[in-house]
Design a binder for this molecule. Sequence first.
Ligand SMILES: [Zn+2]
Length: 76
Amino acid sequence: MQVSSIETSSAEVQTAWTITAATCFRCPNCAYVYNPALGCPKEGYPAGTTFENLPRSWQCPDCAVREKPDFVAISA
Ligand SMILES: [Zn+2]
């Protein structure tokens, strides 16, 4: 009997919904919400820039306290 285990990386947080290019992310510190549809033009990221496409060093444009990995995906 063969058992094939298909395991995905446990590094990714499992959520009840699928994170898409349109998923918004919220800063856990100041409640700023990054909306990919709006982007962050003042930071140099035009509308349509997905959260994934932001650099790892990206920080919350409002409080600059939290960095990209700290942001929490929120369902639209
Ligand atoms: Zn913030």
